[in-house]
Ligand binder design. Structure first.
Ligand code: GTP
Ligand code: SPV
Ligand code: MN
Length: 618
């Protein structure tokens, strides 16, 4: 016998028996006082309730703001676990534990945790309806947190209809979120109570101890990446990757290209995916936005590699978003957008929001401004230069709010993929772009993606580390099998995509300035890549890939110092030799790495050896 009124489910139109049983099981275990089935149709009411309860506050017309607990502002990689019943699923990065150990632990933490509280039931779909991958996309999140529901409504397609229309009523992800008593969870100490567990072989997600981002919105990272990656591997059908996805139309030729690619968290996916062409190239090229954080890739019956964004919204980094860097992002959070801001600075008098880099200087009139912790900035000690907004503060808005969203972004068939790029924050060594035609060398390049970690994960900012395919925090099965699955899935495509490694973050070793202006200018590198693929340019072969020559890169309207351009378009052989030695050690940690990847590695080593004695630039 459970305490809740079970009829609520039927009245909400939820008739799927398996779903109802799952909901009632967790209602009983958590001791929830009430059930409420919610989705996008309830958003306006939930906003009113959240405003009345002070969980969110107004932030301009039709926009809202909330702060998260100050020890709950980013993903915790340490506390994130993939659990299964198969020891063979243990990888280097997936923090594997037996599900027989983790499930009772999480059940213990969640037992009784919702006494007196409402359990919200959110049916959702991580795909456009009708997608060939729909059977992997359905889920039902349970949460005790109304603000989490508001985020889910923006980040995923939500509503009873998505779960009632399932062809196989059993194939939904069970996603349970309990916020926990945030002030007493010992975050970051040896007494840490938080656990973010994906029980991948049971398609069950159990997250305890956060109300923030990917820790709490379970459709996004936990389902859209960790679970999807596991499902894609076990079914042999698809890849789930932390990728942005964009389209470029050449108005002169009428050709449209689709490019997807992985950069680690807070390394530029949202900015690239939403980019506009630089002014000087805008008459010819139009860029369209499909997705900024996740892409699922598969090969269709005709042998074409296709990709789609399973998400419905954007959870974007606020820092440095402004009219110059990302005007489309600003438009997407404009008046009436329904956007939610988290952990930025907020003005209690005017309801404006501000974050570092929004304008060159913070607002001059300090009256009413409170920083992300809720403290008035006017009360700060002189010389206190701590940021007004948290470095991982974010905005949440729907894809449809992005002005250059592709007209076909909801097409269930996805889009054909022409190119796959990898990149990250690398202050030296990596040139602006190097293209790779061979599949194994492309996968090898992804596996050896090395970059500086960012503030999107607690306590890692600036740390140099390998982050395979930008999936290190989201990897759910062993890396060797992951590489083999990549070779297998992409290998099926009749038309192979071109690969490339890009780097917008190379710095001058003396004064530290970025050699490349970045943001909208990044399109220039991508245009060169698709021209290379089409055979319109040839580039320059190096040991680590094909680099653009200066003439091939369209630099119209862009002035760059000569030394910077030379550095951006060349490789330093000595640095690369050192890097290749590191890669050998890195790859050796992966069990069962396909021989094709080792062959690719050896080819690059050999090519570097033959480049020139003693090193220097090439
Ligand atoms: P997640 O949502 O965490 O996965 O991040 P993301 O990869 O989508 O990163 P995002 O585009 O939000 O960028 C993160 C930070 O990098 C922001 O502060 C951007 O302003 C900055 N950034 C993005 N692109 C560039 C660029 O081309 N050059 C420079 N210098 N900074 C950039
Ligand atoms: C990331 O950290 O890569 C994100 C944000 O996309 S979160 O949803 O918090 O994981
Ligand atoms: Mn991300």
């Amino acid at each position: 016998m459970v305490g809740v009124d079970e009829d609520v489910l039927g009245r909400a139109g939820l008739t799927n028996k398996t779903v109802c049983e799952y909901v009632l099981h967790w209602a009983e275990l958590t001791g929830a006082a009430r059930l409420e089935v919610v989705g996008a149709a309830d958003d306006a009411r939930l906003i009113r309730e959240a405003l009345a309860a002070g969980e969110i506050v107004p932030a301009g017309e039709g926009r809202f703001y909330s702060r998260s607990y100050h020890k709950d502002t980013a993903r915790s990689e340490e506390r994130t676990i993939v659990a299964t019943s198969r020891e063979g699923d243990r990888g280097l990065y997936n923090n594997w534990h037996p599900s027989s150990e983790m499930k009772p632990k999480l059940e213990g933490l969640m037992r009784g945790a919702l006494a007196g509280k409402t359990m919200y039931v959110i049916p959702y779909l991580m795909a456009p309806p009708g997608s060939p991958l729909e059977r992997y996309a359905a889920g039902v999140q349970l949460t005790d947190n109304r603000t989490v529901v508001l985020h889910m409504n923006r980040m995923a397609r939500t509503g009873v209809g998505y779960i009632e229309s399932l062809t196989d009523p059993e194939t939904f992800v069970r996603a349970v979120h309990v916020t926990g008593d945030l002030e007493h969870l010992g975050q970051g100490t040896s007494e840490d109570q938080r656990y973010f567990v994906t029980v991948a072989d049971e398609r069950t997600i159990l997250h305890f101890g956060s109300s923030y981002g990917g820790n709490a919105l379970l459709g996004k990272i936990a389902h859209g990446l960790r679970q999807a990656t596991y499902d894609g591997w076990r079914s042999g059908q698809f890849l789930g990757e932390q990728f942005m996805l964009l389209g470029i139309t050449d108005k002169q030729t009428g050709r449209k290209y689709h490019i997807c690619g992985g950069f680690p968290s807070a390394s530029g996916k949202t900015n690239l995916a939403m980019t506009l062409a630089p002014d000087a190239l805008g008459d010819r090229y139009h860029v369209e936005f499909y997705g900024d954080d996740i892409a699922w890739l598969w090969v269709d019956a005709e042998g074409r590699l296709r990709g789609m964004n399973p998400e419905f919204g954007v959870f974007g980094v606020a820092k440095d978003t402004n009219e110059a860097t990302n005007p489309t992002a600003l438009d997407s959070v404009g008046p009436g957008s329904g956007a939610l801001f988290t952990n930025v600075a907020w003005n209690e008098r005017t309801h404006e929001v501000w974050w570092e880099g929004r304008t060159p200087e913070p607002p001059a009139d300090l009256e009413g401004w409170r920083d992300w912790t809720g403290e008035p900035v006017s009360g700060r000690e002189p010389g206190d230069s701590s940021p007004w907004s948290h470095p991982n503060s974010r905005f949440t808005t729907t894809l449809a709010n992005v002005p250059n969203v592709a007209p076909d972004f909801e097409e269930p068939v996805g889009v054909p993929i022409d190119a796959i790029i990898f990149g990250g924050r690398t202050r030296d060594r990596e040139p602006l772009i190097r293209a790779i035609r061979d599949l194994a060398e492309g996968v090898y390049d992804g596996l050896t993606l090395g970059a500086e970690a960012t503030f999107a994960a607690d306590g890692l900012d600036g740390k140099l580390r390998y982050d395979p395919m930008s999936m290190r925090p989201f990897m759910s099965y062993p890396e060797g099998a992951y590489a083999a699955h990549w070779l297998e899935v992409i290998g099926r495509a009749k038309q192979q995509p071109i690969f490339a490694h890009v780097n917008w973050f190379q710095r001058d070793s003396d004064d530290g300035h970025f050699l490349w202006p970045g943001y909208r200018e990044n399109l220039r590198a991508l245009l060169w890549l698709v021209r290379l693929k089409d055979g319109e340019v040839t580039g320059r072969e190096t040991a680590v890939g094909i680099l653009p020559t200066e003439e091939e890169l369209d630099l119209a309207g862009l002035e760059l110092p000569r030394e910077d351009l030379d550095r951006l378009l060349s490789i330093n052989v000595d640095q690369w030799r050192q890097e290749l030695a590191n890669r050998e050690a890195h790859l050796s940690q992966f069990a069962d790495l396909p021989e094709a990847i080792w062959d690719a590695h050896r080819r690059v080593v050999k090519a570097l050896d033959e480049t020139c004695e003693g090193g220097g630039s090439s």
